[in-house]
Design a protein around this ligand. Structure first.
Ligand code: XCC
Ligand code: SF4
Length: 647
């Protein structure tokens, strides 16, 4: 193996990415991996959170010699303020996504849906009931209109607490009430957090951090939850579906269209458009047998969950997908779409198309996606991609063969049906398996990938070691894609690696031990699953008592910080593969990593090594089980250090 390839193998785990990164070097194309190299020695003030540029007396940096900013702010204030602003960024991203979907639901209810419909009436009626909306004997449009108005009120309410909080166990609601962080309207809290981080407002680090948790709650139980609920109504509640993942899903023989970003409105219509008879004719005339649609990032997860459309890759494969030379068009919307894409695309024939007014990129073609005439708009994009097919240069094409089968589509509803059967959907069998110690607990592995360390390595090592130890793993976002690419999301491959108890339970139910639960906003499905476990009984009164842990092994985005916060505020311990930018304040660090445990029942833990993370997780699960009195007496020796796999 060449020196170069060796270096690449230290950067990425999966062979398809290794192959394409080598091609990038041959083609002289920059990627985030080469740029990570040039960004080495990142600013220490930034990484420790003690750079403040909130006003123009600054920027101020805290050092031993200058422990206060010009205004007198100390490290605690600056670190906490920066942290809160990150949580706000993440919450805003998820919530704005949720808002667009509610507005769409409202238009659909009013008969102005622009081609969208209520696909899952049962979900609509189920959700309406949860919010005490009269549904019996009423048309689905009327029910949808009431629900849409109620959910829009979640964004605008000023003094009324969020209604979606009622979906949480009472114990959590009481904890939030006790600590005075019951959130009101989503928009108000986001505005308020920006206000209190302005110069000269909130300087008490604890007060700022409690605001971070309160803000995150409007994400997890508000904006994100709303996004998931409404997506299920409009596009269908996911149920298990087979598909494939990795760059090998791209086709050498047809035009390839990639959807990338987060909002499912566009990708849903593209999924319809590629099968439209008019498009089939059109592509035939261009000399191909069809169009291959696949996805990157969470848009991929959305259309995988509902249509079984394959995943081409996760966040750090967006540039690599273009470098295959086989992509006619990459359609981007919001979040996690790199500004480098048009530059990468210049070396090939790929057209990068941005579609929304709030997300434009220099060098991309901007084609506004008309949601009010969605199918026509989607078909135009597809035709444009087909027109570009003739420009593909076969000399530049190299598609890796990696293409792993997977099963996705595990909504909580689907899991409930699988566990309990069609007539009595229920979480009982899962609770019983946890109580009987066949399953140790559930762990949500979520979040991004990050070129700071070998991509997918932490996620995949951790996942494997956990299922070996009888832990049921729930996955979303790019962390789900890591497992999918590894071929670990089918019962056939994963069950033989699982521990005996977990294997038997999964075999009996017919599920893999690693469940793909969707996109980033679908992290709320993990909260929903934990809530179902509580409601089912026998495993505590609240989420904080359930043997459950969250992990963000290779996270990078503000959204991941918000997710971490709402997990902790909901009582779930969260393991981070990379620390937050808070080390400049001991007080903030102690608050987030220790004191929150007393407040909520869960806290953050920095664990940079996946094997150490396994140990920590097993310890946390053990402790929760101990409190529930469901540990076997002889079970003190928890972890097995053998067969560590090197990074
Ligand atoms: Fe983005 Fe949602 Fe992170 Fe992936 S996981 S890199 S945020 S796409 Ni949510
Ligand atoms: Fe400096 Fe204070 Fe202004 Fe921040 S708010 S930049 S610490 S003067």
């Amino acid at each position: 193996m060449s020196e170069e390839n060796k270096k690449i193998e230290d950067q990425v785990w999966d062979p398809a990415s290794v192959e394409i990164l080598a091609k990038a070097e041959t083609d002289c194309v920059d990627t985030c991996f080469s740029r990570m190299d040039t960004q080495k020695n990142q600013c220490k003030f930034g990484t420790s959170g003690i750079c403040c540029r909130i006003c123009h007396m600054g920027p101020c940096r805290i050092t031993k010699k200058s422990p206060l900013g010009v205004c007198g702010a100390n490290a605690d204030t600056i670190v906490a303020r920066n942290y809160l602003r990150e949580v706000v960024g993440g919450t805003a991203a998820h919530s704005d996504h949720g808002r667009h979907l509610v507005l769409r639901l409202k238009k659909v209810a009013e008969g102005k849906g622009g081609g969208y419909q209520i696909k899952d009436e049962m979900a609509l009626r189920r959700i309406a009931k949860d919010f005490k909306i009269e549904e019996e004997g009423r048309t689905k449009e009327k029910v949808a209109l009431d629900l849409a108005n109620l959910l829009l009120g979640e964004f605008t309410s000023q003094e009324e607490k969020l209604k979606t909080l009622s979906l949480a166990p009472l114990m959590q609601q009481n904890i939030w009430k006790y600590h005075n962080i019951l959130p009101v309207g989503i928009d108000r809290l986001i505005v308020e957090a920006m206000h209190r981080t302005h110069i000269g407002v909130d300087h008490d680090y604890k007060n700022l951090l409690m605001s971070a948790f309160r803000t995150s709650l409007v994400d997890g139980w508000g904006g994100s939850r709303i996004a998931t609920l409404v997506s299920d109504i409009l596009f269908g509640t996911p149920s298990p579906v087979r598909s494939n993942a990795n760059l090998g899903v791209l086709s050498e023989k047809t035009p390839n269209i990639l959807v990338h970003g987060h909002e499912p409105e566009l990708s849903e219509m593209l999924a319809v458009a590629v099968n439209d008879p008019e498009i089939k004719e059109y592509v035939k005339a261009a000399g191909a047998d069809g169009v291959t649609l696949s996805g990157i990032c969470c848009t991929a997860n959305e259309i995988l969950m509902r249509h079984g459309i394959p995943i081409a890759g996760s966040f750090l494969q967006q540039e690599l997908a273009v470098i295959t030379g086989a992509v006619e068009m990459m359609i981007i919307d919001v979040q996690c779409c790199m500004p480098s894409l048009p530059k990468v695309a210049k070396s090939y024939h790929t057209e990068i198309v941005s579609t929304t007014e709030i997300a434009k990129t220099i060098g991309a073609t901007h084609v506004r996606f008309e949601t009010n005439d969605a199918l026509r708009s989607a078909k135009e994009l597809v035709k444009r991609a087909i027109d570009n097919y003739k420009n593909r240069d076969p000399e530049k094409v190299s598609i890796p063969s990696a293409n792993s089968p997977l099963i996705g589509g595990f909504s909580v509803n689907a899991i409930k049906y699988m566990l309990g059967g069609t007539f009595r959907p229920s979480f009982r069998p899962l609770n019983d398996a946890i109580i009987a110690d066949r399953i140790k607990g559930i762990v949500g592995i979520v979040g991004c990938t990050n070129p700071k360390s070998k991509v997918d390595a932490y996620i995949n090592i951790l996942t494997l070691e956990l299922i070996k130890r009888n832990v049921l793993v729930l996955k979303t976002g790019c962390a789900a894609v890591s497992s999918a690419k590894e071929g670990m999301m089918t019962p056939e491959t994963a069950l033989e690696k699982a521990g005996k108890g977990l294997r038997e339970v999964c075999e009996a139910i017919g599920i893999p031990p690693i469940l793909h639960m969707g996109s980033c906003v679908d992290n709320t499905r993990i909260l929903e699953a934990a809530t179902e476990i509580v409601f089912e009984g026998g495993l505590g009164e609240g989420i904080s008592q359930v043997p459950a842990v969250g992990v963000a092994p290779e996270w990078m985005s503000e959204k991941a910080i918000a997710i971490g916060c709402y997990f902790v505020a909901s009582g779930i311990d969260v393991i981070l593969g990379y620390p937050f930018h808070i080390s400049g304040s001991e007080n903030v660090t102690r608050f987030l990593n220790e004191e929150t445990k007393k407040l909520f029942g869960g806290s953050f833990h920095n664990v940079p090594d996946p094997h150490d993370a396994v140990d920590k997780i097993m310890e946390l699960l053990h402790n929760k089980r101990e409190k529930l009195g469901i540990n076997k007496k002889a079970e003190r020796k928890l972890f097995d250090m053998k067969d560590r796999r090197e990074l």
